[in-house]
Design a protein around this ligand. Structure first.
Ligand code: NDP
Length: 294
């Protein structure tokens, strides 16, 4: 089996790495906050690397899952480039931006290392269950090479196009997610204030044409019970929606809704802070309205 190095044991990185370990790949892990890597290594019989370079030096496949493409590029430039094994493959599960991924791929290609951008969708639960959707950008031969590793955590694996295509699809998906959270939030705050129970409203919407992942899963499981679990930071959704708006601008596609999604995410992030969950954005609508979804 190919040996794997995993860098970035955050909220989604950790369960992805766990799936790779459980599938039996020899695994070395590194995380900036080292206690997280130590806990993971202890639990999964993985090797805790002392540095990012130490993690990747013998790896056939390197997997990264960091906050942004800029973080991935920084780690590559400062700690990885000279340590990666020529002929190895680099799989970046960060929800990244296409331009930075293309630049990273060029740097790696000069060292005979293939790059695949492979952002995921399906949340922490999907990662734990190995049912993530994985959208890939890069050469088919590089994807073939890393496919067995992706299959450890992904159920639907789609080759979207050249390097950056996976990032682009992911960013647009996230803009749609932001818009449906915000739109459903506005609808339910208004209905609650007018005296209609949000539960009753969702029963109707989820059997009608306004339904979405937000209405079918996020609001019933996180908002109605006021649980707001922190699984995916609003700051990261803001980053994603900004990437989507940038892609539309680069392509000269008028995209006011995508830009609005980005601006609303930024506004909510500024109000709620870096640790807030993405679904907590509805609290901003509630504050504006002076009414809670109930
Ligand atoms: P977290 O904020 O939980 O974790 C981020 C990870 O990146 C941590 O391991 C952090 O290290 C590391 N990191 C960040 N910056 C650097 C840096 N400059 N150098 C080294 N390490 C760094 O994020 P998630 O795990 O939630 O998300 C990771 C990626 O996956 C993001 O791009 C996100 O958009 C995407 N994603 C997340 C989903 C989710 O449900 N959470 C779902 C789908 C995609 P440290 O532990 O030291 O902070």
């Amino acid at each position: 089996m190919q040996s794997v190095a995993f860098i970035g044991l955050g909220a989604i990185g950790r369960p992805i790495a766990r799936r790779i370990a459980v599938a039996g790949f020899p695994l070395a892990v590194w995380n900036r906050t080292s206690v997280r890597a130590a806990a993971f290594a202890l639990e999964h019989k993985a090797r805790q690397a002392k540095t990012p370079g130490d993690a990747v030096k013998d790896a056939d496949v390197v997997v990264t899952c960091l906050s942004t493409s800029a973080d991935v590029e920084q780690v590559i430039d400062t700690a990885l480039l000279s340590e990666l094994k020529p002929g190895s493959a680099f799989l970046d599960c960060t929800s990244g931006d296409p331009a930075t991924s293309r630049r990273i791929a060029e740097k790696l290609a000069a060292n005979k290392i293939g790059f695949i951008d492979a952002p995921v969708s399906g949340g922490v639960k999907g990662a734990e269950e190995g049912t993530l959707t994985v959208m890939c950008g890069g050469a088919a031969k590089d994807l073939d090479r890393v496919r067995p590793v992706i299959e450890a955590f992904g159920k639907k694996i789609v080759h979207c196009g050249p390097v950056g295509a996976g990032d682009a699809v992911k960013a647009m998906n996230q803009a749609l997610l932001a818009l449906t959270i915000w739109g459903t939030g506005e609808a339910l705050v208004a209905l609650s204030k007018s005296g209609v129970s949000a539960q009753v409203a969702l029963e109707v919407i989820n059997a009608s044409s306004g339904r979405s992942n937000a209405s079918m899963n996020l609001f019933p499981e996180r908002v109605l019970n006021r649980a707001f679990p922190r699984t995916f930071r609003l700051a990261l959704l803001d980053k994603d929606a900004r990437i989507a708006a940038q892609i539309a601008r680069d392509e000269r596609v008028p995209a006011p809704l995508t830009q609005l999604a980005a601006d609303l995410c930024t506004l909510a992030r500024q109000q709620l802070g870096e640790e807030a969950d993405h679904v907590e954005a509805v609290k901003v609508i509630e504050q504006w309205a002076g009414a809670e979804i109930r």
